[in-house]
Design a protein around this ligand. Structure first.
Ligand code: GCO
Length: 442
């Protein structure tokens, strides 16, 4: 069996380091009849948006199988489980809590507590209630305040069982993929939308964080951002500048407001109509201190200059995962080092890292050695970063199990556990066994 290993002196082998697995509500739950519709239900029902024309109606049927799934999580020996709450499951249209929806999560959280597994709860992993989208969604400033109301109510109801709250997961994806290029729900397209949605998401983060800190001062409260580090295609001045622009546009646009209270300077280069509307006091709300900083990392991107668009991204070189993303662990090192240099950061958790691979289930086993190698390379980078003085307190594998991979439907498998979507049978892959082995041998 291919193993995962770390040097004997690694801090990641001490009990103060947290290992976990991660999922998100829409990607695994199903159980859509007992909640309000969300933007992903609508997006999935729109022709040609999801590669395999699938939807989240059943997904991994976690809504019904959650007890088995928690047993599975326990069997992996992890310290923590990162899940997300479905906003449309726990809130009624009138702004009151949906008691049954809340109970679904309370049952999960209580079971995790019994098993001594820490709950890392994300409040928004992209499943905006459709009725809020019908009022403009994240393009409407009001949505930030609705998000804070939801954060207030849900944290009062479940906060006593939660180790850590993240407000948002990857606001870049919600804003850019969802409102600028339209490949994610709600599928809006326009350069004038992306940064406006981003600002309202970030404002929502700040307002929600105030609620979390008021209601759950003992929880680790923060945010999860994704980063795709930007590399220049050449040493040419113009390519280096274009790459810097891309980094500011995609990555620093989300980190800098949170840690420095300002958008990157490129805001002044954007046409007026593409800029967000910033009210006095917004940046102070957005830049309140976080107890932790969640980083999701998968790959890097290479850019060169372009006359019309500032920058253009090149096709990723090999080696690539099954979703076409380059395997380039050095970029995680570069990312952690540079963030540590640029910003004053709270403790970091790697809240997602993993790979889609072309898995084969053979005789009841999945020999995903390519995924084990991916994890080995990235865990080693995290270990070295800690040794260089960067405070990283935890690592979560994305994902606990194969699930609905957004616009890719069920075709791309990110799990360390295989899911047979016909039978809902779960099978721990070689990567899951290796992860378990690493954790249990600490
Ligand atoms: C993400 C996502 C996950 C994806 C994963 C692979 O936060 O990007 O949280 O939902 O499934 O990243 O694309």
């Amino acid at each position: 069996m291919r193993k995962l290993s770390l040097p004997a002196d690694s801090k990641m082998l001490t009990s103060s380091f947290t290992y976990g697995v991660a999922t998100a509500s829409f990607q695994i739950e199903g159980g859509i009849d007992s909640r309000l519709p969300c933007i992903w239900d609508t997006f999935c029902a729109t022709p040609n948006k999801i590669v395999d024309n699938s939807n989240g109606a059943i997904a991994c049927d976690h809504f019904n199988l959650w007890e088995d799934d928690i047993n599975l999580i326990e069997s992996l020996g992890v310290d923590a489980y990162r899940l997300s709450i479905s906003w449309p499951r726990v809130m009624h249209k009138n702004g009151e809590l949906n008691k049954e929806g809340v109970q679904f999560y309370l049952n999960i959280l209580e079971r995790l507590e019994q098993k001594n597994i820490k709950a890392f709860v994300t409040l928004y992993h992209w499943d905006l209630p459709q009725h809020i989208e019908d009022n403009g969604g994240w393009l409407n400033r009001e949505t930030a305040f609705l998000f804070a109301e939801y954060a207030d109510k849900i944290s009062k109801a479940i906060g006593h069982k939660v180790h850590s709250f993240a407000t948002l997961n990857e606001p870049f994806c919600s804003a850019y993929l969802g409102y600028e290029i339209g490949i994610h729900a709600p599928g809006k397209v326009g350069k004038e939308f992306g940064k406006k949605a981003a600002h309202h998401l970030l404002l929502g983060h700040g307002l929600a964080l105030q609620m979390l800190n008021k209601n759950c001062p003992d929880a680790l409260n923060g945010i999860v951002l994704n980063f795709t580090p930007c590399y220049s295609a050449s040493e040419k001045e113009e390519d280096i500048e274009a790459t810097k622009f891309a980094d500011d546009y995609f990555n620093q646009w989300y980190a800098k407001p949170i840690f420095d209270g300002a958008y990157p300077d490129i805001i002044n280069q954007l046409p007026e109509e593409n800029r967000p509307e910033i009210f006095p006091g917004d940046m102070e709300i957005i830049s309140q201190p976080n107890d932790f900083f969640g980083i999701n990392f998968y790959t890097r991107a290479i850019y060169k200059a372009d006359k019309e668009e500032h920058f253009v991204q090149l096709d990723p070189p090999a080696p690539r995962t099954d979703i076409g993303w380059e395997i380039y662990p050095q970029a995680l090192n570069q990312l952690l080092t540079s963030l540590h240099e640029i910003y004053e950061l709270p403790p970091i958790y790697i809240t997602e890292n993993g790979a889609a691979m072309n898995d084969q289930l053979e005789d009841g086993e999945v020999h995903d050695i390519d995924r084990v190698n991916y994890y080995q390379q990235h865990l080693s980078v995290v270990d070295n970063a800690i040794k260089s003085g960067i405070k990283i307190d935890g690592y979560f594998a994305w994902s606990l199990m194969d699930n609905f991979e957004w616009a890719e439907g069920y075709l791309k498998r990110f799990g360390i556990v295989h899911v047979d979507y016909e039978t809902q049978k779960r099978t721990i892959k070689a990567s899951g066994l290796a992860y378990k082995n690493l954790i249990s041998n600490r």
